[in-house]
Ligand binder design. Structure first.
Ligand code: AMP
Length: 282
């Protein structure tokens, strides 16, 4: 497995694979890799001849008061995980390699990025779409792998690919959780032991909402009220949002019908965590 920070080198390598007629999968990440990322890499390895993992903390998807400078990084551990999973190339550029000092071109979706995380992070999805477009242009993969952990991001990327006619298959992968339910996230490392315990309210609320739908409840308001009450019972938790939306358009729904996404963002201390479930109600 090779690691490079050079766009030119990625292009050279991918071109060589293409000459041999090999298919290429891309797994975009911000590094500090865990089992959630590994599940994406595993799927990519199973479905493609060659797999590129991008490992880049993308500055333009962080707001001014967010955690860009403290975001955890460990490229050596990431290398071992990628190698063990069977990836072929890690693309680990410096910000200067990705963004010229006078960089001034952005890719932006509209309605689908306006709600949920887009409300409290107004420039976030513009940063995501821009970097993902750049990665697609650099690697030109057949398929790209994204986690449902970031369900709105997945919907936004699918919309961008459809709207801009990008010839890339977007593959969504299920949420990987810790044994006690907490969705795996690089940001979990910010939690001290009591916050780590308090963070369980997220998955508890998610499982409870999911169960209500299984039991036949369809009123979004009732389901969301129950989920909120679970989170509000934890003094260390502060709700950013608890919402039910159409899973593709990310527009609010009154009823759990069709393919709906129940998504939450909750501050545990100063750490903002997200979780969700998708229900297919026929
Ligand atoms: P990140 O490094 O947090 O930007 O995540 C990179 C990719 O891994 C995104 O597509 C995420 O949705 C996905 N991912 C992160 N955590 C998980 C998880 N717990 N389960 C599944 N996918 C995940």
């Amino acid at each position: 497995m090779e690691l490079t920070g050079s766009i030119k080198e990625v292009r050279r390598q991918v071109k060589e694979w293409r000459k041999q007629g090999l298919s290429v999968g891309l797994v975009p990440t911000m590094g500090y890799l865990h089992e959630g990322h590994k599940s994406l890499i595993d799927r990519a390895v199973a479905e493609n001849d060659k797999v590129v993992v991008s490992d880049f903390v993308n500055p333009i998807q962080f707001g001014a008061n967010e955690d860009l400078s403290t975001y955890p990084r460990d490229i050596e551990a990431d290398k071992s995980l990628c190698e063990a999973a069977g990836a072929d190339l890690i693309f680990h550029p410096e910000p200067e390699e990705m963004y010229a000092p006078d960089f001034s071109t952005f890719v932006e979706t509209q309605q689908v990025s306006a709600g949920l995380c887009g409300k409290s992070r107004p420039t976030h999805f513009r940063g995501v779409c821009t970097v993902v477009s750049k990665l697609f242009n650099i690697v030109m993969p057949d398929r790209a792998y994204f986690g449902q952990k970031d369900a709105q991001q997945l919907a936004v990327v699918r919309r961008m690919v459809r709207d801009l006619n990008m010839d890339i298959e977007i593959v969504g992968c299920p949420i990987i959780r810790e044994e006690d339910g907490l969705a795996k996230s690089s940001r979990n490392t910010y939690l001290n032991p009591s916050e780590r315990q308090a963070a369980l309210v997220l998955s508890r609320a998610i499982f409870a909402g999911e169960e209500m739908i299984k039991q036949g409840e369809r009123e979004a308001e009732k389901i969301l009220a129950h989920m909120k009450s679970i989170i509000d019972a934890e003094p260390m938790a502060k709700i950013d949002y608890v919402e039910m939306v159409d899973a593709d358009t990310i527009q609010p729904v009154q009823k759990a019908e069709g393919r709906v996404l129940a998504a939450i963002a909750v501050y545990i201390g100063t750490t903002r965590l997200i979780d969700n479930f998708i229900a297919e109600v026929r």
